[in-house]
Design a binder for this molecule. Structure first.
Ligand code: ATP
Ligand code: MG
Ligand code: MG
Length: 348
């Protein structure tokens, strides 16, 4: 019996992705509900490291607008080689976590070499290197227990005419900026910001989630400097996020800064302020937005919104504002000219 089954009553699936799946689970001891992300990965060091990054980053964060992390643990299971091969040949996407089928077939069991360990201490030694029997392959699962965000995602809100609800729109955007400001101050770049990764709780509070591609960058006091907060963040193939949210500099540079998240935020804000678009419409609008940004007539007539969208989507990342600057602009009654002035002053 795995910890999941021992401590939790497993509920519905909340979502599925390339990594595995997310399930709803009720903790038996106190009836509290959580979302548990189950990530399947191969037992090599590189995969262990990248998979753990999400749990490691999340465990450091404690902010009202970031998905709260509670715990994480790993399980190792033996999978017969033929079944393993079948799983792998079904392409990466369909490698959905077959943890239940494994446990019902008895591949996960104490006498079959189940290994569960807490990794809140992030102790590398806890990953024991197994000598697998020839007919079995070791498969590892990382379980991340986190806050349940039941009220769908920002995508859902955008698709339900968020642009018409001025109050909700500015509340959501403000909360996204607060959460993002918090992680940026800790030198973490999210790198996969999009409406699908921004969740809403039953109290309608924004929670930024899915830290699967997040990266810790070099600490730097001066967040405005270009070189200062850059650190190679892998090749573009690593950034498997939806293309329209990817900052243009990431196409020719292998380094990233918090300003790449600001670009994604600009695309998100644009969507929040606009009528819901189809994929087709988006693929037409966004290349144009980048090229003809200055001349484009946004669907919104509010000039503060236009001003914000323009500077968030600035092609030059150093010109994009920080989250704190965005919050200042949101709170300010100043004219656009005065706000431009304010940002210039801020940077001197
Ligand atoms: P992507 O493929 O976009 O990188 P992902 O597969 O890595 O995403 P998540 O974005 O973390 O995984 O989660 C996938 C889906 O599961 C989400 O879109 C959401 O519907 C659901 N989900 C994730 N986390 C939670 C949560 N804490 N509470 C409720 N539902 C969640
Ligand atoms: Mg996601
Ligand atoms: Mg992800």
């Amino acid at each position: 019996v795995t910890r999941l089954e021992q401590d939790f009553e497993v509920g519905d699936s909340l979502g599925e992705g390339g990594f595995g799946q997310i399930i709803k689970a009720r903790r038996k001891c106190d009836d509290n509900e959580f979302a548990i992300k189950i990530i399947k990965f191969k037992s090599n060091l590189k995969d262990i490291e990248t998979t753990r990054r999400e749990a490691n980053v999340l465990s450091e964060l404690n902010h009202n607008n970031i998905v709260r992390y509670y715990n994480s643990w790993t399980v190792t299971a033996n999978m017969p080689l033929d079944e393993y091969k079948k799983l792998c040949s079904d392409s990466e996407e369909s490698l959905s976590t077959e943890v239940y089928s494994l446990s019902t077939k008895g591949y996960i069991s104490e006498d079959n070499g189940v290994e569960e360990e807490e990794n809140s201490e992030s102790d590398e030694d806890s990953f024991v290197v197994f000598q697998p029997e020839p007919e079995y392959k070791k498969v590892k699962y990382l379980f991340i227990q986190m806050e349940l965000c039941e009220n769908n995602t920002l995508r859902h809100a955008i698709d339900n005419d968020l642009y018409k609800d001025e109050i909700k729109l500015s509340k959501y955007f403000r909360e996204i900026c607060e959460g993002l400001s918090y992680i940026h101050k800790r030198n973490i770049v999210h790198r996969d910001l999009k409406p699908e990764n921004i969740f809403l709780t039953s109290e309608d509070v924004i929670k930024i989630g899915d830290f699967g591609l997040s990266k810790k960058i070099l600490p730097d006091n001066n967040l405005e400097s270009v070189q200062g907060n850059e650190l190679p963040c892998g090749s573009l193939t690593d950034v498997c996020g939806t293309p329209i949210y990817i900052a243009p500099e990431l196409r020719y540079r292998t380094s990233c800064s918090i300003k790449s998240d600001i670009y994604s935020l600009g695309v998100i804000y644009f969507e929040m302020c606009s009528k819901s678009m189809t994929k087709m419409e988006k693929s037409l609008v966004f290349p144009i937005t980048r090229k003809y940004l200055q001349g484009l007539n946004f669907l919104t007539s509010n000039s503060k919104k236009k001003f914000l969208i323009r500077i968030l989507l600035h092609l030059n990342d150093t010109e994009r504002p920080t989250c704190d600057e965005i919050l200042k602009i949101l709170n300010s009654e100043k004219s656009i000219e005065e706000m431009k002035e304010m940002i210039q002053q801020n940077r001197k």
